[in-house]
Design a protein around this ligand. Structure first.
Ligand SMILES: Nc1ncnc2c1ncn2[C@@H]1O[C@H](COP(=O)(O)OP(=O)(O)OP(=O)(O)O)[C@@H](O)[C@H]1O
Ligand SMILES: [Mg+2]
Length: 310
């Protein structure tokens, strides 16, 4: 593998299938509209977001069975360069269905197939051989991977001088902090869990993030607050950016779009003030689209222009 500015890693990708129906009734056959297929999973979504912004990245992901083949085809259609690591089990599907009667969205997710020790080794080797300025590890872990998998990725990032961006939760995130990342993006619930409290009030977020930074867990902590926007915390700074008011259709992929926007802005050497604004702009723009679709460049750009003066 050659050098890339940005590499994204998705160990547990999904073939996202979305559809519409009218009325959720038990025991009856529910007629669904023609499904739409999208390549999904944290890192792949981040790569898609970067591509919407005119940037380039290499997407590294595991791929197995017929779903894996479809995933590769969809990523190819998005004109995203990728390296698929073959696995024995089938890539999982996820299913999103919107009830047109109530406009409610139902999201069904599955755990990913098991990853063997050899397959894990192949993923880590692919990363070791690469030289990325920014390495993005995003999403849940598959069965068979221990919770220190992203920590191993953090060690590789450290050894190759890559800036690691991590978007995951629970034990997997906790372990990463032991080695240290460049940027983490927990939402406020994930941040609370990370520091071992039930919930965090808005005015407690800065201190919680500063604690993580002081321990060397991360240089930058971006805490996303859903419709309220996000805060960016570093050793010396605290910056709150409100989310613009948008006509929300679906929040699927908002977090990934936010990470994509921020990584792209970082790769363009933008200031942290701009980085967080691109993140919020892309996250909020993603909520304007249905189902698993991310954001349109025009929307993100317009929201960024608006946020520039906020
Ligand atoms: N209802 C909303 N209205 C406007 N913007 C939103 C809304 N929900 C999310 N966003 C935007 O998306 C960003 C990320 O959202 P959120 O905090 O929900 O991330 P998350 O919990 O990681 O989401 P995900 O479920 O995608 O992982 C927010 O900072 C905000 O900019
Ligand atoms: Mg998230």
């Amino acid at each position: 593998m050659n050098s890339h500015d940005i590499i994204t890693l998705t160990v547990n990708p999904a073939l996202d299938k979305s559809t519409h129906f009218k009325g959720l009734v038990a025991e009856q056959k529910i007629r669904c509209s023609e499904p739409r297929f999208d390549a999904g999973g944290g890192g792949i979504n981040v790569s898609k977001a970067i591509s919407r912004l005119g940037g380039k990245s290499l997407a590294v992901f595991t791929s197995g069975g017929p779903m894996g083949k479809m995933l590769e085809e969809l990523v190819t259609k998005e004109t995203i360069e990728f390296k698929a690591i073959p696995i024995q089990t089938w890539t999982r599907e996820s299913f999103v269905a919107v009830d047109e009667n109530t406009n409610s969205q139902y999201r069904f997710g599955f755990t990913g197939g098991e990853i063997t020790a050899d397959e894990e080794k192949a993923v880590l080797e692919a990363l070791s051989k690469s030289k990325a300025k920014f390495l993005v590890a995003s999403g849940s872990l598959n069965e068979g991977l221990s919770s220190d998998f992203y920590q191993k990725v953090a060690e590789i990032a450290k050894a190759s001088n890559s800036k690691l961006i991590v978007d995951t939760s629970g034990e997997a995130l906790k372990k990463v902090l032991e080695t240290g990342a460049y940027l983490i993006k927990p939402n406020v619930g994930e941040l609370a869990k990370l520091i071992g409290v039930e919930r965090l009030e808005m005015e407690e977020v800065n201190e919680a993030a500063k604690k993580i930074i002081a321990k060397g867990g991360a240089e930058i902590v971006v805490v996303s607050l859903g419709p309220q926007g996000a805060v960016l915390v570093t050793k010396d700074d605290y910056e709150y950016v409100p989310a613009p008011n948008v006509a929300k259709k679906s929040t699927v992929g908002a977090g990934d779009s936010m990470v994509g926007g921020m990584v792209w802005a970082l790769s363009q050497n933008k200031s942290l003030k701009e980085v967080i604004r691109w993140g919020v702009a892309c996250g909020s723009a993603a909520t304007m689209n249905e189902g698993t679709q991310l954001f349109k460049f025009e929307d993100a750009n317009r929201l960024f222009e608006w946020l520039k003066n906020k």
